[in-house]
Write a protein that binds this ligand. Structure first.
Ligand code: ADP
Length: 417
């Protein structure tokens, strides 16, 4: 097991070295223990089904030693204690004691307009994260649960919040406002925030390092294609536009989310008798590839397999996925006035040569031509997959949100920061 040190530019030697990264969801607590000198993972894992039946811990040490065990945990505090027991366990642990953990970085989904950057956590920061729960009711409360658990278990060590929304806060009003009366922005914060920002930032930095070009001279279109999908136009390190909106529902066709849709569809369905919650569930959980293909899965591998077995609905779902993605790439190429590279990341972007071929083969009008052999060979690793004469490069770049959170934690806590 190793991390992907795609760029070494971020590490500042005076910062903390032993950094714990925490990603707390509603019923899970994911952790990665980093040694930042060398950016290596010492241990990682997850407690799943917190507060539900049969919670379990999956724990993996740097040398591949793994364990999966049933645990008895009812909340994030108890889950973190179970993780910490293993981190200091003489048989499988990597720490002599918990005092070796110097800092903790937390993934927080929504930082609204208040947080344009990562931030050291204080009581005031926690209060604002809680306030932002109105915009991310499913995510910010468990994120805060992870932060509180760390305060209980680790006491007074520095904690840093890294927001999915922060990297996108460089957008101008022309990108982030919706064309509705301004008062809805002022009163309710109705605007585009964008998500997956930690991933877009990581792959932008990693692509700059890989192409050996300073970020200050690079225009990128980054495509994060996982279960959730989003795309960002990045001009010299600043996001100009991105496809997710006030919530992650907007934009590209995703595993179970519809992406762009006429808002009048929602009104129409409510007037037909569906409740707001029913429409919400349908658009978030039963749409996208899952809804269109109708094969009981929104997993891209299943959709491709069904399409290859001549399932027409699965083929239609794929066409919609490609059509939407190519439309966005064209639009972002225009607003960037010509990008240097379109970058593929996320489970689909990193692993599916098929999806990349179907997308890049439609970018000839932008001067981007596929190198088929390079594309086939690029599975889960960084590569240029366009031909040498391409004006717009196509690049595969594995993302690493945990490492980005660890780097942000070091950056914020370094004396030079
Ligand atoms: P998440 O958004 O949950 O982090 P991932 O980034 O892991 O998800 O991406 C999951 C998606 O990646 C799934 O749709 C899965 O089918 C897809 N995927 C993973 N490997 C491949 C592959 N070899 N070919 C096509 N799709 C793949």
């Amino acid at each position: 097991m190793s991390s992907t040190p795609a760029t070494e530019t971020e590490y500042l030697p005076q910062g903390p070295s032993n950094v714990l990264v925490i990603n707390a969801g509603s019923s899970s607590l994911k952790f990665t223990m980093y040694a930042m000198r060398g950016e290596t993972i010492r241990a990682k894992g997850i407690v799943e089904r917190i507060g539900l039946a049969d919670p379990c811990l999956v724990y993996e040490r740097f040398d591949g030693k793994k364990l999966k065990e049933k645990v008895s945990v009812r909340n994030h505090d108890e889950a973190l204690r179970v993780i910490c027991d293993r981190l200091v366990d003489p048989a499988v642990g990597v720490l002599a004691n918990l005092g070796e953990v110097e800092a903790i970085g937390h993934r927080v989904v929504h930082g609204g307009e208040k947080f344009r950057d990562s931030v050291r956590i204080t009581d005031e920061v926690k209060r604002i994260i809680q306030e932002m729960a109105t915009l991310a009711p499913l995510h910010n409360p468990p994120n805060l649960g992870g932060i509180e658990a760390c305060a209980h278990v680790f006491g007074d060590i520095p904690n840093v919040a890294v927001f999915d929304t922060a990297f996108h806060q460089s957008m101008q009003p022309s990108s982030y406002l919706y064309a509705i009366p301004y008062e809805y922005y002022e009163k309710f914060g109705v605007r585009k925030y964008g998500f997956h920002g930690t991933s877009h930032k990581f792959v932008a930095q990693a692509t700059a390092a890989y192409l050996r070009k300073p970020m200050a001279r690079l225009k990128l279109i980054t495509c994060h294609l996982g279960n959730g999908c989003s795309i960002a136009a990045i001009d010299r390190g600043k996001v100009i536009d991105t496809s997710m909106g006030m919530t992650p529902l907007n934009g590209l066709v995703m595993g179970t989310r519809c992406g762009d849709i006429d808002p009048a569809v929602v009104l129409y369905l409510v007037r037909q008798g569906m409740s707001a919650d029913e429409v919400d569930r349908m658009l978030n959980k039963r749409s996208g590839l899952l809804g269109v293909a109708g094969i009981g899965s929104g997993d891209m591998r299943d959709i491709i397999a069904a399409a290859e077995s001549e399932n027409d609905q699965a083929k239609r779902a794929l066409f919609m996925f490609f059509h939407r993605l190519v439309s966005y790439i064209g639009a972002y190429e225009t607003i960037l006035d010509g990008a240097d590279a379109v970058v593929f990341t996320g489970g689909i972007g990193e692993n599916s040569a098929y999806v990349r071929e179907r997308v890049v083969s439609r970018l000839g009008c932008l001067g981007c031509f596929l190198d088929k052999a390079a594309n086939e060979a690029a599975v889960g690793r960084q590569a240029v997959i366009s031909t040498a004469e391409s004006i717009l490069k196509a690049v595969v770049m594995p993302t690493n949100e945990e490492l980005m959170i660890a780097r942000e934690t070091v950056r914020l806590l370094s004396p030079a920061a």
